[in-house]
Write a protein that binds this ligand. Structure first.
Ligand code: TXA
Ligand code: MG
Length: 353
């Protein structure tokens, strides 16, 4: 499979034509791999009931078998096919947030192969809202296991071009439906314990979930790669890393920007190629310095910033940056997911100002 070519099938994001969808669905049904857009990021899909197809996902990504996959359904009505002992709260959350960027961790149905769940007894499930994902899963007629369609440790892909950067020649088909609107992955919520627990902040803000689940727990735990005790392997610290070293500045904007400019100048003097990843309004602060700039969108528009985050990291990598300077935009709402992904990209290199 490594020597085959990857076919790119273009689809309209709002109204995907039946023909490319049917072609991609046929690939899934015969055990192949299809990358497809969701509202969060591109997924790398395989038939979730086919253990051999699922094994191909891990191989294509270079993903450790210890990191479980999310199963995608066309509708919440299919939940009993993949999960058992589904608590009433799961249905309440599904009614409110599906289709959408919320993944629920539930007890696994035995017809889902253990490899989907990295051998565990649970399964992560969501119903994506993107019309292409919806059409593909419905046409395949099976649940679709899909991690983000990047190589292990690379930033998640938000365009078909990103998928090809990492996986060209390793998968059969990419459905190219343009850029993914949210740009960060789904919120992962475990319903296994007595208290519901956020395992990964994401596209659905925790504040919205707390409206329905006031007792919701979230304890950020960023563990080293080799730590087998991770409750969700998505908590691996080194998980969204570009090739460059990333430095994250945390503090009030003016102070953070001054510290970033100072750091950029000293890195340049040391012979490093510097990239900065900043909101639009910050760009002018780096005038006169030989830095590559990627802009994220308006400073207060966290939806735009999330949507451009991974593309910005990849763009600065392609520009040859040795070091990438970024700053925090807060922790509330969608900014928590942005903070989480940046923290992982930095592998803990946070500079408080
Ligand atoms: O938005 C998304 O969630 C995207 C799109 C394609 O749906 N998918 C995605 O998949 O981000 P992936 O594999 O990159 O991240 C899945 C996350 C990981 O943090 C993983 O550890 C966690 O979900 N997860 C999956 N199954 C789990 C399980 N059974 N128990 C606990 N965590 C689980
Ligand atoms: Mg991923």
């Amino acid at each position: 499979m490594a020597h085959s070519t990857t076919r790119v099938l273009h689809v309209d994001a709002a109204e995907p034509a039946a023909e490319p969808i049917a072609e991609a669905a046929a690939v899934l049904r015969r055990g192949g791999l299809v990358a497809f857009p969701t509202e969060t990021v591109y997924g790398l899909g395989a038939n979730a009931f086919d253990a051999e197809a699922v094994a191909r996902i891990y191989a294509a990504k270079g993903r450790p078998a210890s990191n479980p996959l999310i199963v995608h359904l066309a509708t919440g009505a299919d939940l009993p096919q993949v999960a058992v002992d589904v608590p009433p709260l799961a249905y309440e959350l599904a009614t409110r947030f599906w289709p959408g960027a919320l993944t629920l961790v539930l007890p696994r149905h035995q017809q889902v192969p253990p490899s989907v769940a990295a051998g565990g007894l649970s399964v992560a499930v969501r119903v994506p809202s993107h019309p292409v994902a919806q059409a593909l899963i419905a046409a395949a007629g099976v649940p679709v296991a899909a991690p983000s369609a990047n190589s292990f440790t690379r930033p998640s892909p938000t365009s078909a071009a990103h998928v090809l950067e990492d996986l060209d020649g390793r998968i059969e088909v990419v459905l190219d439906g343009g850029a993914t609107p949210i740009g960060v992955e789904s919120t992962v919520l475990s319903l296994l314990g007595t208290v519901p627990e956020i395992l990964r902040p994401g596209g659905v803000p925790i504040e919205l979930l707390r409206d329905l689940v006031p007792e919701l727990r979230y304890e950020p735990r960023y563990l080293a790669m080799e730590d087998g005790a991770a409750p969700s392997p998505g908590m691996l610290l080194r998980h969204y890393s570009p090739r460059a070293t990333v430095l994250l500045f945390d503090g009030l904007p003016a102070a953070a920007l001054a510290a970033m400019r100072h750091e950029a100048a000293s890195q340049i003097r040391a012979g490093q190629r510097v990239g900065v990843l900043v909101p639009n309004e910050d760009q002018a602060h780096f005038d006169g310095l030989a830095v590559a700039v990627a802009v994220l969108g308006p400073r207060d528009d966290h939806a735009q910033i999330a949507a451009h985050l991974f593309d910005g990291l990849r763009a600065l990598d392609r520009a040859g940056a040795d070091v990438i300077l970024v700053r925090s935009v807060g922790r509330g709402g969608l900014a928590l997911a942005i903070w989480d992904r940046l923290l992982r990209a930095t592998e803990g290199r946070v500079i408080s100002v």
